[in-house]
Structure formats: structure tokens, C-alpha cells
Design a protein around this ligand. Structure first.
Ligand SMILES: NC(=O)C1=CN([C@@H]2O[C@H](COP(=O)(O)OP(=O)(O)OC[C@H]3O[C@@H](n4cnc5c(N)ncnc54)[C@H](O)[C@@H]3O)[C@@H](O)[C@H]2O)C=CC1
Ligand SMILES: O=C(O)C(=O)CO
Length: 324
């Protein structure tokens, strides 16, 4: 059968699909597909492997109603209208677990980069501003022994907490939709209210999915409840924080700084004021972008598609999550 991939996909996934007898058509041009191109490819294909691009909305899904499955090359499913897909009988699958380590590593990298103003110091060197150093110049803040607050303690949040506990003996608090017993037992994580999370966290790392509940959650009213020394990390989705409020919060000293792997919109424009701030580190959504992880994600996405096309149950369905 014919599988259309919206980008060139990692070899591990391609090989699995081809070994299962499917023909994979990959969009290899360095530009976004037009709406008509997307519709035409979907009409001609039996499954879609969504590896990036514009939202899979109801109008596109109407052209995919003959498909058994759309496999996402991501764990996030906020870019799909799950309700429409479910109503049209199309299974949507994602790639949970295999990308947790790489994404948590990115959050960890951002945390240290902000605490030590690393991106800013790098830019100073590039501009020939190494200059005359003194004992009171270039000071960052320690994270050793401080309190890490995780908002959304699922797969990635757990690994971030684990890494911060092991490396820096950080005290872990969290707020989530449900309690996480593993984290409470193994990491001595303490469940707290959202308000307490804001008040107690020295580093607050966001790992919840983007939903109608989490959109714009971190706004000025929320930043004002945080410590003036707090570091805000978002390696989940840019829509969870309000960028205008984040800029103002850092400029006005409401919080210390921010590390972002995700922005709203993406890409962030080069003249964005966040990019000039000493206590800000921004990455271009590379959370899961390691060779090993992207191959693992491609394998999972391919296995889901192969199962659905063979009439077997898929491994990672997400249709049921649309009401959350
Ligand atoms: N930067 C990047 O490249 C990547 C970003 N992500 C993002 O990270 C998110 C999390 O991924 P996983 O940890 O694998 O998902 P997960 O489903 O294991 O964890 C998400 C957690 O957030 C919690 N949550 C959801 N809504 C909440 C709310 N309103 N209040 C409190 N907690 C809430 C859930 O209960 C769950 O425990 C994904 O949805 C995706 O958007 C994922 C992978 C890579
Ligand atoms: O998996 C996701 O949700 C991503 O953002 C990219 O890996």
C-alpha cells in the first residue's frame, strides 16, 4: 500500500515500511506543501506519516476518510483535530516513551544554560566582548540543592526530575492531573497545588501537553506568583506560555529568566527581544532531535502504520484523548 510522509523520514522507519511491502512517498522539498498538494497526496495514499507541517484539520481529514491510520512522528498530538479524525474513523497514533530521554536532556541543557547565562556569554565572545573579567562579573546562579517544580509529570517530566535529582540533589515538587506514585517513591517527589508549585520552584519546568486547558497558562498573573530568582523552562509547546508576558516578566525582574525549546509562533523571528536577554536560552524545537531518538520514533510510527494497514490493533492510539 502507499504511505505518504510529509518529510523525509529517518531510515529505520522507512526500512520497516518497505520491508512490510509498502511504497513510501516522501516530501523532500525544503518548503511546506501547499494545501492542494497535501490533499492530492492524501487522496492517493492509504496512510499518512505526519513528520511535520501545517495542522491536520477537519478539511484535510475529510480527504483522508479512506485511510485507516495517520501515524504522527511525535508524541504531541495537538496538531491534529482528534475529534474530527475519530468521527471520520481514522486512527491517530503517536510515539511516546522513546523520546523522553532526549527531550528531558534538552530541558536540562536549557536549565543550566539559563542559570549560567551560557548562550549570552557565547554571544559576547563572538562580538569580541570577552573583555576584562572581575570576580563580580558574569555571575549566574547555582541549581545544586534547589527546588525543581515539574508541571505535567508524565514520561518526559519524570526523566527531567530524575536527571536533576541525580545530578544536583534537587528537591522535586510537581503538579499534574494525577498523582505519580513512582516519582513520589523513587524521587521523593512531593505533589503540590499549582499555586505552591509557582511559589516554591527555583526552576519550573513545563512538560504538559498543549490542550485548551494548558494554552496560555503561563501568563503575567502566573509569573507574578513565582520567585524573582525563578527559571522558567518550556520544552513542551510554545502555546503554553504567553510570550508578551514572558518578555515583560523577565525585563521587569518578575522572574530571573527562561529556557525555551518551543516558541509561539515557530520559527521565532531573529529580532525577538528574548534572543537578546542574558538570562534567556532559546533552541529551535530540537527536543527529540538526536540520531538515535529520531530513528526510534520513526520505527514506532512505522510499526503503528504497518499494524493498522494489516488490520491489527495499533500500538499507540491517541484518538481517545481528544476530550482532555
Ligand atoms: N520539545 C520537543 O521537541 C518535544 C516536546 N514534547 C511535548 O512534551 C509533551 C509531554 O510529553 P510526554 O511527557 O511524553 O507526555 P505524557 O502524556 O507522558 O505527559 C504529559 C503530562 O502532562 C499532564 N498534564 C496534561 N494537562 C495537564 C494540566 N492541565 N495540568 C497538569 N498536568 C497536565 C498529564 O497528566 C501528563 O502526566 C508532549 O505533549 C509534547 O507537546 C514532546 C516531545 C518532544
Ligand atoms: O514529539 C513531539 O511532540 C515533538 O515535539 C517532537 O519530537
Amino acid at each position: 500500500m502507499k504511505v505518504f510522509a510529509t518529510r523525509v523520514i529517518p531510515a529505520a522507519g522507512l526500512e520497516l515500511l518497505e520491508k512490510a511491502g509498502h511504497t513510501v512517498i516522501q516530501w523532500a522539498e525544503p518548503r511546506e506543501l501547499t494545501t492542494d498538494e497535501r490533499i492530492n497526496f492524501c487522496k492517493e495514499s492509504d496512510a499518512l506519516l505526519f513528520a511535520g507541517g501545517n495542522k491536520i484539520d477537519r478539511p484535510l481529514l475529510e480527504h483522508c476518510r479512506h485511510m485507516k491510520v495517520i501515524g504522527l512522528l511525535s508524541v504531541g498530538y495537538d496538531n491534529v483535530d482528534l475529534k474530527a479524525a475519530t468521527e471520520l474513523g481514522i486512527q491517530i497514533t503517536n510515539t511516546p516513551g522513546v523520546l523522553s530521554n532526549a527531550t528531558a536532556d534538552t530541558a536540562f541543557l536549557l536549565m543550566l544554560s539559563v542559570a549560567r547565562k551560557a548562550f549570552y556569554q557565547h554571544k559576547r565572545i563572538l562580538k569580541g566582548e570577552w573583555g576584562f573579567s572581575t570576580p563580580t562579573a558574569n555571575l549566574g546562579i547555582d541549581v545544586e540543592g534547589k527546588t525543581l517544580g515539574i508541571w505535567g509529570l508524565g514520561n518526559i517530566g519524570y526523566v527531567m526530575a530524575q536527571r536533576c535529582k541525580a545530578a544536583f540533589g534537587m528537591n522535586i515538587i510537581y503538579h499534574n492531573r494525577n498523582r505519580n506514585e513512582d516519582a513520589e517513591i523513587n524521587l521523593q517527589a512531593r505533589y503540590v497545588s499549582f499555586e505552591e508549585l509557582l511559589q516554591q520552584s527555583d526552576v519550573l519546568s513545563v512538560h504538559a501537553s498543549l490542550t485548551h486547558e494548558t494554552t496560555n497558562k503561563f501568563n503575567m498573573e502566573v509569573f507574578r506568583q513565582m520567585k524573582p530568582t525563578a527559571i522558567f523552562i518550556n520544552a513542551a509547546r510554545g502555546g503554553i506560555h504567553n510570550e508578551t508576558d514572558l518578555i515583560a516578566a523577565i525585563e521587569d525582574g518578575v522572574i530571573w529568566g527562561a529556557g525555551l525549546d518551543v516558541t509561539n509562533p515557530e520559527p521565532m523571528q531573529p529580532d525577538n527581544p528574548l534572543l537578546q536577554m542574558p538570562t534567556v536560552a532559546v533552541l529551535p524545537h530540537i527536543g527529540s532531535a538526536t540520531l538515535e531518538t529520531r530513528n526510534a520514533m520513526a520505527r514506532v510510527a512505522a510499526e503503528n502504520i504497518i499494524a493498522a494497514l494489516a488490520g491489527r490493533p495499533v500500538l499507540n492510539p491517541v484518538n481517545h484523548l481528544y476530550a482532555l
